[in-house]
Unconditional design. Structure first.
Length: 330
């Protein structure tokens, strides 16, 4: 269960510098992706960004909360797979593709239906092609939950999940402590702004009933914690009793024993979004799940390298290494 191969860069000590390096200091890789919009059954759409040759295996990528296909860790991995000759598909959760979606629906940590639709779409187009999936943070939770729900029916050959909020309740509590409150405040600001912009957009489309659903959430300016946000917004919009019910149904840790596809889960012991208490015991994992816990790395960080001007993004080596090994054995 140890991730002994990763060594945090000496010039990025501690979880916070590891976590902040990519979003703050890494220049956004800009691979020439091709965008495709997938229409959903409820009249909405999901934006997909493709990169790489069609003749090769496909890797689907799922971003984290308030991220997108443009997040540096997504684009960096797309670029890495491109150098290996693989094809990637970066999925934008609803409303994250750079333009507002058409309905009140968005995404949350337990919403697996949109991802399932994307998997079925890709399988329909490429029925015989090797297919893998990689999820980060919230996207990793969605991926692991989907894998557990599907079991032997999961139409992917392998998967990797990174920095996953395996226990959403513990994650919400952890973000109320110390410097982690800075991440909490930034994410909550983005989420509340997203709700406000969505309401204005739906109003411009004349979708008055959906606007009323969002207005009924009330003034969110007083919301200061994720538990409050999830209780006021996610639970009400998506039919959970309250935040605790949402956390209980949506946390991916309980699904790890039901996964039947080769899956690597990478977690950092010092992740500022989590506590070691959130990590599963060995007997909670199915024989298909491999858990690697590194001593450092922060949240979706994992930056190594001897020199600051030559950072080594370890995930961009470890993820292709695992998928290449597993899919070659299929």
């Amino acid at each position: 269960m140890a991730g002994d191969d990763f060594r945090a860069a000496w010039w990025l000590p501690g979880p916070h510098l590891q976590t902040l390096w990519q979003p703050v200091f890494r220049g956004e890789p800009r691979p020439a992706v091709e965008r495709e919009s997938l229409e959903t059954p409820d009249g909405d759409f999901i934006d997909l960004d493709w990169l790489g040759p069609e003749a090769k295996p496909i890797v689907m990528l799922l971003h984290g909360l308030s991220g997108s296909s443009r997040s540096p860790y997504i684009r960096g991995l797309q670029q890495r797979f491109a150098t290996l000759g693989w094809r990637t598909l970066a999925m934008n959760f609803r409303g994250c593709g750079g333009r507002p979606n058409r309905t009140w629906r968005s995404y949350h940590s337990g919403e697996t239906r949109d991802f399932d639709s994307v998997v079925r779409f890709v399988r329909g187009r490429y029925p015989n092609k090797p297919l893998a999936a990689v999820g980060f943070s919230l996207g990793g939770n969605v991926l692991l939950k989907w894998l557990g729900e599907q079991g032997v029916r999961a139409e992917v050959d392998a998967a990797v999940a990174v920095s996953v909020p395996l226990r959403l309740d513990l994650c919400a509590k952890r973000l109320n402590r110390g410097l982690s409150r800075l991440y909490r405040d930034r994410l909550l600001h983005e989420l509340k702004d997203y709700i406000a912009r969505k309401s204005l957009h739906l109003q411009s489309l004349g979708r008055d009933e959906e606007v009323r659903q969002l207005v009924a959430l009330g003034d969110l300016s007083s919301v200061r914690t994720f538990w409050e946000y999830d209780d006021r917004v996610v639970a009400r919009l998506y039919g959970f009793r309250d935040a605790d019910d949402y956390y209980g149904q949506s946390s991916s840790r309980q699904f790890l024993g039901s996964i039947r596809r080769p899956t690597l889960v990478i977690q950092a012991h010092d992740d500022p979004f989590l506590t070691p208490e959130a990590l599963p015991a060995a007997d909670e994992l199915s024989s298909s799940v491999q858990l690697e816990v590194t001593a450092g790395g922060g949240h979706v960080g994992f930056v190594s390298g001897r020199l600051p001007w030559r950072p080594d993004y370890w995930l961009e080596r470890r993820i292709p290494e695992f998928l290449t090994h597993v899919m070659a054995a299929e």
